[in-house]
Design a binder for this molecule. Sequence first.
Ligand code: CTP
Length: 404
Amino acid sequence: MNDLANKHIVLGLSGGIACYKAAELCRALVKAGASVQVVMSEAAAQFITPVTMQALSNRSVYTSQWDAREPNNMAHINLSREADAILVAPASADFMAKLLHGRADDLLSLMCLARPIAQVPLMLAPAMNREMWQHPATQRNMAQLKADGAFVLDVGQGEQACGETGDGRMLEPEEILADLISHFQPKLLAGQHVLVTAGPTFEKIDPVRGITNLSSGKMGFAIARAAAEAGAQVTLVAGPVSLPTPRGVQRVNVQSALQMQAAVLQHVDAASVFVATAAVADWRVAEVAEHKIKKDGSGDLPVLQFTENPDILAGVAQSERAQSGGLFCVGFAAESHDLLHHAKAKLARKGVPLLVGNIGPATFGQDDNALLLVDAHGSQELPHAHKLVLARQLVAEIARRIRR
Ligand code: CTP
């Protein structure tokens, strides 16, 4: 995924032990397709060398406003005009205090002050000791920096280099990368609350066995991520999968279809969009054995009785809010053949305004997919692509339909 293709990122480092993570971050930005120009404060160069950052960014690093390499000797102007975004990671308490006052006594602060504020976003990834983070001065500075138009990222929680434990660690490089990528996505679902189901369900047979299916949850997780990137509040009800939770998404873990239904019913009233990607088991075992079913040596085979699971999507789609247009429902159909025919039939049967068909065996567990969108007006193909690319396209289609 070249999510940052054609983006030029100025990566600023102020002084702090989290500078060691900036090396990994630089690498991640380059891998995502960005060109990266590193600017370091004098303090940052105490923690990591410009040589390391040059090697990773493939560009010589700027550390001083007196750098004579620039023909006009105005590195702060030239660097800030070229940038699609300035990302300061780590942003130390001292650096943020400095920014707040509009001080400009080194290249990094000078460049941030000189940036064209309406065109070049400034993102700060704070990193500091927990006491420094909680100090009213830091909290006050952050609030003011946000009011001045900076995007201040969250901090991580956990063990700190000083040996203390608490809030103030810099986010991990992949988290910062995800926040930056998200920043560049159009906010098509701002103000919406999207509820997504994803993954398989697991229906118990006994305490150690169960019935499940091959759904990996990747498509649903990609949709949750794309919706969050588009500015929606997102709740993701996930069956048993070990995928990481997308940034900013509220995740509810469930196992069985009944648990998934309960979680959906708990959250659906707050939602304005419901996307059901989960591969819900159609049946569950009627009586789950209390103890492990053992071979008794007789050769007799165990007999399982099944009962039907509720259809979560159809139930939600029949609700008054969905029927009156207050809740936009999207169904998925995983088929093995005759996709258009089955998708059209399912659109009618589930009573949803949009049904997304895909070929199950071709996509289960894969990173890419192809989708067929079916609604009352006809059908539309979203050709083969990475699931996140398709998820962003689907989000745009949903946004277009709810605006109508
Ligand atoms: N779905 C659901 N609850 C169920 C079964 C399905 O919410 N108990 C949702 C899925 O999340 C998906 C859509 O309904 O959005 C289609 O599911 P699918 O299993 O493909 O369809 P079925 O209704 O089970 O039809 P069939 O088994 O005939 O393909």
